[in-house]
Design a protein. Structure first.
Lengths: 449, 508, 508, 449
């Protein structure tokens, strides 16, 4: 088989050295009943050409990937990925190395992670960022657990209902084993689409452990994050923000500026393909004072014996392989290569490029809204938005079907996750949408009204 | 300006055993140090007709000042920077990388191309199911293949990594007992367990009870019988365990647990030893997680991403995480009516990009190839173990599976530590084995050669180990001062922890 | 087994000017030395239903014995071998590579992806034109773009490289004169010309007449007037010439040639100096060849492939090589009725894969960007020239265009040769300039920085040159023993020529 | 612009050093009339995303690239290319380096070329091979020029008419300037499709400079190369073979075994994509006695100062940059990266893999013929063939159109280049053709008969 170099001669020689006759002698000690039934009934191996044909055929059956004017968002966003990002992550030296336990043989990976950590602190205006988490949702859950470690006595976790359903579900699952925790959902303002200050105010008491707010939120609304952080702090809780559209951080006030204590998010927008939802990139940033309770890997700068600057994994005493059941998290393998892609992407965009892109997204989304309004289709909420917005549509599912016939993926019906929003359609606009697509979108939806 | 960081190229030339002495040189600057105001690595798109009016639209109160300290470079500068960084790494594609418990086997390059097919890489997770049947079928086929390989009944591709698979499994165990009206608080874990096992237990709200493996390095049923009671929800066993030993009494242990209503969670991170050799399902496992980035060859990426699917027996199927795939008879769709599910642990449908690669790998090897892979992996581990036995005796007398754990007397004889041996190996262009793990073996060297490395490579590794043993006795300085041929000499990790510098700052 | 070949990573860190001393180590084995009977890097396809009966079908008299000595390796071994080899190279993407006359500018990585699009890479050259309109239009657009850039009337994308473009041009010149009932035997070439110019003349059946450039490094019209007669078919001029100087009297020279019925062939290999600065067509050139792998950024690939399109004035259009693209009004097709064409010089439609990349490059820069590229290339060359003037004076007093040719007195002062300076530069992680060319400048250093290198990089290069000048005077051994930080030390080229070993042989 | 790093400040500083005010001061010495008219009237530069969109649109308009059952050959062949080939040639260290003039910084390229040279000598059973030529056709032309240098007194170049039209045309062009040369075409045997021995015999006199024979030839016929070489030698000429389908060398007797003096060919089959016909890979192999007259670059093995094995360009005294007008060729840039691809491809195939592939191609082609014969469609020639054959079809152009409507590219009408074969269709079969395509091919052609 093409991946295995062993010739008959090699095998014979190795067996002889070991003092065995047949390969199966080496597993003779495995209980016979297990070996007897171990045969794997799958088709025989295939040539590379056949594997390519097989998987290409499956790929060809995903119409959604092409040919459509696409307005899907809701936590994963369509952005252009420069070829240089692929050129870097394709390097075997990055792609086929393990977690950089041996610093001397991993300076490429450790320095890149150090650069990633720095970029995330710059984007969030926080003091420390870790080497990556699985995705935005699990990072949000880890943030809540971190808050819990910071204030073990408190019990109320306030999740904005305008936080993505998947983030809320993930947090619930991660917390499900911690009996003492009580999760409450903070409703959103019916008109603005932002988390309701009134409602939050009611919950913000001395049992408040933390608040988790989408920024922008699940409706694309730019939350008054500063005000929410203040309320949280007045109650003595930990303010957590979650950002799914990372590009927004290139233009919006940074969570750190607004008083947030833990800023987490999804880095998929930073040069990662959609690939049906994963792997993405979870990021987490916090204040140095909370460093010891931070989950995940960290790379630090140090020196080698000859005084050269060098980088290595550090503060591992927080981690499972040292702390075991007292670790800050069970995470081991993270999303390192995705963090590298993000590092390359952000470096290419640069300070001005990232802001230009963010401004362009805002502009295009608002232009789309103008076109829709002109066609008599109105926004469901009035709050300020970045590049995603909810539309008021009598029957979203019908509208979606109609649009599909016009080769338009018009968005996502919010009703599935928000019964109270059965008349709302979530639309995402990025630089990947050409202006001429707005008209097609409007026409498709208008038709069914 | 001068030469810095050089990477070691392993050579298989017999004649070439002279290591290289280097002098201090500086490394690659940080991306921030290469930045200069006004450079662009990406040009503004003319699409938005020149003016970027976004800030105007949102107004100043919502907008930040332009990212202070954020880098600005041209595209060639960015590319050159990261290509240079890549040259500072060891990697499986370039070096022998026998890192125990990590299964650093060859990652077929075609699989990366397949994952990048527009029909897969360009597919938005919210695409309506009827427009994503190819992707859903791929996931379904993968579930079926893993069920067949593990001898389990149902599989979820949801978890992002092995540790998340563990958490998924433990939460299912909790839900299972709850459903039966029981609340159990304890999980038994052997002393040889990987750190993620106890950490996951804590997350899942369980207390850890440690089971001792015996002198020979495996678990005795008696020990389990001693520890098990009605408050034990489950036991987590890694098989082969982290000593590379197949747990001989696993079936009896499963029986004991089941007798008391406890479940057996099998950590499948070491599945590379079991393909076509023994199926966890037949051992009595109720749940097993698999690490696609190990057994199924998805590239480890310098620390991920991977994927940690869980396979379960029928009685646990109702508790599998959301979303759950089902076939309506005409098409694949997601089953939303799963009242007993533990819910979701991440967004969307799992690390699809990794699932594609692993599926391509399974197609390439087929049932027969997978069985051969494990046998050759076991052959390699036993070959290395046998040849190194004189100076690096095995930590256990039991036969090894896909990896072997060795010890040595150099600490005593020459005050040379396992860490120093590992660093010296770097000078031979070999990535060191996993060291100081499992914890039960002092100064452990955990070696996993994998089936994709040739006998020649194993022989070179063995020669290097012998030579280092020698040096430790006759020229210890050479070992203690290693590595000498890498971009940097020994890195001061203590210093890094003492004064944490975790980000670059202007003028730093 | 031990460390061998290390590659140098250029660093821009000021503090790092200590070169590295190495000891002998062996290199990467040859692929043949890694071979072992029975290994497979590609599995036999089951498609032909198991048995390969080809040999049976053809019979033994037509079949050879199975390739003796041919390698057999597994896929991972093959990949690792070539990845290791790659680590032994310097390359533009990783190192500053100011190789004069080669225009080693950044090669945009996206262009390689575009050339690999199935619709382009998978297109068979014999595909009927109506099924390949996209490819034909791309070629047509490229012809138009190059005509605009050069100020010529018609372009052929046919030639495979610059030298083949030269041959194409010279054969057209021959055909042109023939057509007019003349047979001319001579072509005038300046003493600064690139070697391919005279070589191409011979191939085209012309005698070479050498024109002397003056002390200031350019051609005087007087010299051309002196040499031209009715037997001169054409003159080949490189502009800017290989001294990096714009030929100031080029228009007068063209006039003189035309007066006598001779043509002006302009070698456009140095077009990177002229984009938006001066068009060959306006200088009086009748023919110009372009090197897409220089000016238009297609990767040089360690020696090619490239592409050498020729652009001509109307009166030469009928002689352009076959196949010739035309537009029928409704679609693109090949014009087969071209009686005066010189015919074809290779198969099919030119190096299409390179044409795609070059077109993508032209789209990316646009008219304005191309003009800026030449200006910044010229800026870089003059900056380096000015700063190095004290120790490495320019070979000419004339202003430099995109490259400068410098000389030095170290041969005399310290018996240190240009070659040794070049080798020492390698220790600084810099690829040396072109050396000993043009031939008119003793010990020439021909430096072409290109527009894609930053001021910081140029400054590092300048520092390195200054430092080497210093070393040559104070520590010449260090220069003479360079390089010390590369996979190999100074390679014995004389030995290679004395006893040619041009292939591996079993047991060699 | 994203490829150029110069900031305003950099430019100002550099100009100041030079002593200039504006960039254009640096070109002030270029005649004003030229500068005045130098502006390039092309659209302004574009973003990477726009360039990708533009070229993808062109690519999408090449229907021929996909969706068709493809039987096109005639000098360029469809073969599966393992991903590892792309992974290697994509390495920046290989792709963005220049010709390896500085041996110490080019051991990767020089060793790979040395391995390529060796592989070509093994495939051809010759003693020396060069580092590559542009393509098969130009390599054939260079071979004739090389023969001319070997026997300057002789004048007759005998080209088999069964040599590809493009090869014959290229040779004619390369020789067009050498007055003393006379090119004659040796007809092919009407029944076998091989070069006519009778005809060759008539030409083989003491003026014969060389013979050039396709192996297999333009009709896919396996020529009696040994006999042709003997006749050539008896007349004192140089026997040249040209192979366009390199895979054939994995199974057929090697040119070297059959007495050929110079073996050239096209290496596209060795891991290079079709890419509409270029870049391909010319290879040339010969006997050591002819070394000094060989064109093109050569890499040789030597040692470094420390005694390590090393590789470098050698025998450059044959080449243009040293010999100038007396060089063996004007070739400078060759097709090095294509040679690297071939080296990786051949290493992956290996001794057994390459033979298997060759046998499979023979088998599939013969199976296709069986299917066609069964449908009453017969071969035009009777000679033995490798993976390509001519069919007797009343009106090929009509058949091709009919097949096209059935999504089959049935082959190439030989009549365009061979008026005497206006009833012949050239069909190529490789491992890329699934057996089920043979029936479609037969049906399509049968229909119009
Ligand atoms: C035995 C064992 N269990 C669990 C894990 C955790 O898997 P992951 O790193 O994918 O989270 C690992 C790998 O690190 C392991 O070796
Ligand atoms: C001035 C000049 N002319 C012609 C050539 C030949 O071009 P190519 O190498 O593409 O054949 C070159 C490049 O080597 C050159 O520098």
């Amino acid at each position: 088989m093409r991946f295995m170099p062993h010739t008959e001669t090699d095998i014979a020689a190795m067996l002889a050295t070991i003092g065995a006759k047949h390969l199966d002698d080496l597993i003779a000690h495995v209980p016979a009943n297990l070996r007897a039934t171990a045969t794997i009934n799958l088709e025989p191996g295939r040539t590379e050409a056949d594997v390519v044909a097989e998987i290409s055929a499956l790929a060809a059956r995903n119409a959604g990937a092409s040919g459509f004017a696409n307005f899907l968002g809701a936590g994963y966003y369509r952005h252009y990925i420069p070829a240089a990002v692929r050129a870097v992550i394709a390097r075997a030296e990055f792609a086929t190395s393990y977690t950089p336990y041996q610093a001397e043989a991993s300076q490429g990976t450790t320095q890149a992670i150090f650069e990633f950590q720095t970029l995330i602190t710059q984007l969030t205006a926080m003091e420390v960022a870790n080497a990556s988490m699985y995705d935005g949702a699990s990072a949000a859950a880890e943030a809540v657990l971190m808050a819990h470690r910071l204030m073990p006595k408190r019990s109320i976790v306030a999740l904005s209902r305008a936080l993505w359903p998947e983030y809320r579900a993930t947090i619930r699952t991660y917390l499900s084993a911690l009996g003492e925790i009580e999760i409450v959902e903070v409703p959103f303002d019916e008109t603005t689409g932002a988390t309701s200050a009134v409602a939050l105010d009611r919950i913000a008491n001395d049992r408040l452990l933390c608040t988790v707010t989408g920024y922008p939120n699940a409706f694309g609304i730019i939350e008054p994050l500063g005000a929410i952080a203040d309320m949280t702090h007045r109650a003595g809780g930990v303010a957590i923000s979650a950002t799914a559209e990372g590009i927004a951080l290139g233009l919006l006030r940074a969570p750190g500026e607004l008083g947030v204590d833990i800023a987490v998010g999804e880095g998929q927008s930073f040069g990662l393909p959609l690939q049906f939802g994963g792997p993405g990139l979870g990021f987490m940033a916090a204040r140095m004072t909370h460093l010891r309770q931070m989950p995940g890997r960290l790379v630090g700068q140090t020196r080698d014996r000859d005084g050269r600057r060098a980088f290595c994994l550090t503060l591992a005493t927080r981690e499972q392989h040292i702390r075991r059941e007292r670790a800050t998290s069970n995470i081991c393998t993270n999303h390192s290569l995705c963090a590298l892609a993000a590092t390359v992407y952000l470096s290419l965009m640069g300070r001005n490029g990232l802001r230009d892109l963010a401004e362009q997204n805002v502009e295009l989304a608002h232009r789309a809204v103008e076109v829709l309004e002109a066609a008599g289709i109105h926004r469901r909420f009035s709050g300020p938005f970045f590049n995603e917005f909810a539309l008021q549509v009598p029957s979203p599912s019908i509208a979606l079907k109609a649009a599909e016939r016009k080769q338009v993926l018009a968005g996502i019906a919010l009703g599935n996750d928000y019964p109270e929003l059965s008349d709302a359609l979530l639309v995402s606009v990025t630089e990947m949408n050409r202006s001429d697509e707005f008209g097609r979108l409007a026409a498709a939806i208008a038709e069914v009204r | 300006m001068a030469s810095a960081g050089r990477i070691v190229v392993v050579t298989e030339d017999e004649t070439s055993s002279t290591p290289i002495r280097t002098e201090p040189v500086a490394g690659v600057p940080l991306i921030f140090e290469l930045s200069s105001d006004g450079r662009r690595g990406a040009d503004p798109s003319p699409r938005a007709d020149g003016a970027r009016r976004g800030a105007e639209i949102l107004g100043p109160e919502l907008c930040r000042e332009n990212l202070p300290g954020f880098p600005e470079l041209s595209e060639p500068q960015v590319l050159r920077h990261f290509l240079r960084l890549s040259q500072l790494n060891f990697a499986q594609a370039l070096q022998f990388y026998p890192l125990g418990s990590c299964t650093m086997k060859y990652n077929p390059v075609v699989n990366d191309e397949l994952a990048a097919l527009p029909g897969l890489a360009g597919l938005h997770p919210a695409t309506p199911a009827h427009l994503a049947q190819g992707a859903l079928e791929l996931i379904a086929r993968m579930e079926a293949a893993l069920a067949e390989i593990t001898g389990m009944d149902a599989v979820s591709m949801h978890p992002a990594a092995g540790a998340q698979g563990e958490l998924t499994g433990l939460l299912m165990i909790r839900a299972y007992h709850r459903k039966r009206g029981e609340v159990r608080h304890k999980v038994i874990i052997p002393d040889t367990a990987h750190g993620t096992n106890p950490a996951s237990c804590t997350l899942a709200g369980f207390q850890v009870v440690v089971a001792k493996s015996n002198r020979r390095g495996y678990l005795e049923a008696a020990e389990v019988r001693r520890l098990v009671d009605d408050d034990v929800a489950a036991m987590m066993v890694t098989n082969p365990n982290t000593l590379g030993i197949f747990e001989p009494q696993i079936q009896e242990i499963a029986a004991i647990l089941h007798e008391r209503g406890a479940l057996l969670y099998l950590d499948g991170a070491n599945m590379n030893a079991l393909l076509g050799v023994a199926k966890p399902g037949h051992m009595g496992a109720d749940i097993v997680q698999l690490n696609l980035h190990k057994t199924f060859s998805t590239p480890h990426g310098g620390g991920g991403p991977g994927a940690g699917p869980v396979a379960v027996k029928k009685h646990l199927e109702p508790f599998l995480p959301m979303p759950r795939l089902k076939h309506s008879g005409t098409a694949y769709e997601f089953d939303t009516d799963r009242p007993d599910s533990i819910g979701r642990l991440r967004s969307f449908h799992g690390n699809f990009g990794m699932i594609v690669r692993a599926y391509a790998y399974i197609l390439a090897l087929g049932g027969d190839g997978l069985g051969m892979a494990s046998r050759l992996a076991i052959l390699g581990a036993n070959y290395v173990r046998t040849r190194l036995q004189p100076h690096f005796p095995s930590a256990s007398g039991e036969p090894s599976m896909h990896e072997c754990v060795l010890s040595h007397d150099l600490e005593k004889r020459a005050d040379v530590s396992t860490l120093e041996i590992a660093k010296r190996l770097l000078d031979f262009g070999i990535h060191p084995p996993t060291i100081y793990f499992p914890l039960v073996v002092p100064g452990a060297l955990m070696i996993e050669p994998t089936e994709t490395e040739s006998k020649e490579i194993l022989d070179r590794f063995i020669d290097a180990m012998e030579r280092i043993y020698d040096e430790a006795l006759n020229d210890p300085a050479r070992v203690k001062n290693a590595p000498q041929t890498l971009p940097v000499s020994r890195v001061d990790e203590a210093e890094a922890a003492r004064r944490p510098i975790l980000r670059w700052m202007p003028g730093a």
